[in-house]
Design a protein around this ligand. Structure first.
Ligand code: IMP
Length: 422
């Protein structure tokens, strides 16, 4: 069986921590979409690690880590990730396998991302500028450069053709993007060298074989459901399917092989980049969440926007993904709030609705809140569910009653150890 681990909000829910905690139960951890726009933070033994492309199982002795066909890989960032892990004595050649069908982010994809954002002006997406959108555009436009292409004798020719096309496209944008292509290519080719030392595989066959041998697989999602290209807050989304179906296409796994769906959400909501966010707070409550929760992007360092928990959006994500168990993150950040608000309905163009509508721009949607009591205690050292404050347990029960899925994990701090299983 393949179990899924998915973010249910706008990313940054804490997926890295939970994959890391769960890894010991799995033979294989596989990333299935997104690219180095992701930043999965893991904290253990007093050290902090941020992974962008490499699956979060890399620190565990046993697990094999697969970068699946649905992922887009930037060799430059990939090399940096590998270099940053040099102190860990990891046998990358054995433990990290790359799908031949994954697409490659070229330096010019990043330039196109920047040009596209600049040209959009105020309407910009707030992209991480890692070249994600342009790389997926080349994929669906059938022009892409894939990992398997590096095995061709004439791969540089193919690379140059695509780069040339991008340089021509860049001229069409009304954006003044400065760059030194020689410099960019130098680091790209260095990255390619590192990448080529790893095993490229037909990952769909590898996974099928593993399933026949009854190995356990965890598919690690990146970003969150509300950033899904189809079901997110389009156009303020990323360019891949971050939801459950993305794991099928991004790894070559049939829907009937999917088992559990772990859904990760924060006890409040954050968003980085532009786009609508109905429960966003502009007051001291929001500032407090940002400060206590250290809400700054792991990839870009940008401050994250913060707001109350939105159950309408959470239920939408739970249902789209078929989530079977929930993990609630950062409950500790809300300690000390006298009362908490939770969106339970929307006022949508004057009507009360309980579903996530086509358009959630502020002129169309105002959240309808329920106010509940907060918890005052420091919960960061609690390790048993029963010891949690009653008001926090009530908060969890309210969520479960609303979305009809149990909360099985409560995270009370960033460290691996600060995780309560129920
Ligand atoms: P892109 O995927 O870099 O093009 O960014 C598109 C939108 O998704 C922007 O609003 C980003 O801030 C957001 N985004 C992309 N990756 C992540 C992530 O890993 N966490 C949170 N937001 C993300």
């Amino acid at each position: 069986m393949v179990n899924l681990l998915l973010g249910l909000q706008w990313g940054d829910e804490g997926k890295g921590k939970i994959v890391d905690v769960l890894t010991k139960n799995y033979d294989i951890i596989a990333r299935f979409q997104g690219g180095p726009n992701a930043g999965h933070t893991l904290i253990f033994d007093g050290n902090k690690h941020v992974l962008h492309t490499i699956p979060s199982g890399i620190f565990h002795k046993k697990a094999i880590n697969i970068v699946g066909n649905g992922v887009v890989i930037d060799p430059v960032i990939f090399k940096k990730e590998i270099d940053n892990l040099s102190g860990y004595n990891i046998d990358f050649n054995k433990k990290l396998l790359i799908s031949r069908k994954a697409h490659v982010i070229l330096p010019t994809h990043r330039l196109l991302d920047a040009a596209s954002e600049t040209a959009k002006g105020k309407a910009k997406i707030g992209s991480t500028l890692k070249g994600i959108g342009p790389t997926y555009m080349d994929k669906t436009g059938r022009n892409g450069f894939r990992i398997g292409d590096f095995e061709l004798d004439n791969w540089k020719e193919k690379y140059q053709q695509l780069t040339q096309k991008h340089l021509n496209m860049l001229r069409c944008y009304n954006a003044d993007i400065q760059f030194d292509l020689d410099e960019l290519e130098k680091e790209f080719f260095e990255g390619v060298k590192t990448l080529k030392k790893l095993q490229f595989i037909d990952s769909e066959f590898y996974i099928q074989q593993a399933l026949k041998e009854e190995q356990t697989i965890l598919a690690e999602g990146a970003q969150g459901s509300l950033l899904d290209i189809d079901f997110g807050t389009y156009p303020f989304v990323t360019s891949s399917n971050t939801t459950a179906a993305g794991a099928c296409t991004g790894l070559g796994v049939a829907p009937n092989k999917i088992g559990k769906g772990f859904g990760i959400f924060k006890a409040y909501v954050t968003r980085v980049g532009s786009g609508p966010f109905p429960t966003e707070l502009f007051d001291d409550n929001g500032k407090r969440m940002a400060k206590v929760g250290h809400e700054f992007g792991a990839t870009t360092g940008r401050p994250r926007r913060c707001g109350w928990l939105d159950l309408v959006a959470l239920k939408y994500a739970v249902e789209i993904n078929g989530i079977t168990e929930l993990a609630m993150m950062k409950a500790d950040v809300l300690s000390g709030f006298k009362t908490l608000k939770v969106a339970v309905k929307y006022n949508y163009k004057g009507q009360e609705i309980s579903h996530f509508p086509y358009n959630i721009e502020p002129e169309n949607v105002t959240p309808i809140y329920k106010e509940v009591k907060g918890w005052q205690e420091d919960i960061t050292n609690i390790n048993e569910y029963d010891q949690l404050p009653e008001t926090l347990k009530d908060y969890i029960k309210m969520i479960e009653d609303y979305v009809k899925v149990p909360v099985k994990i409560v995270s009370v701090g960033p460290d691996r150890k600060q995780t309560i299983f129920r």
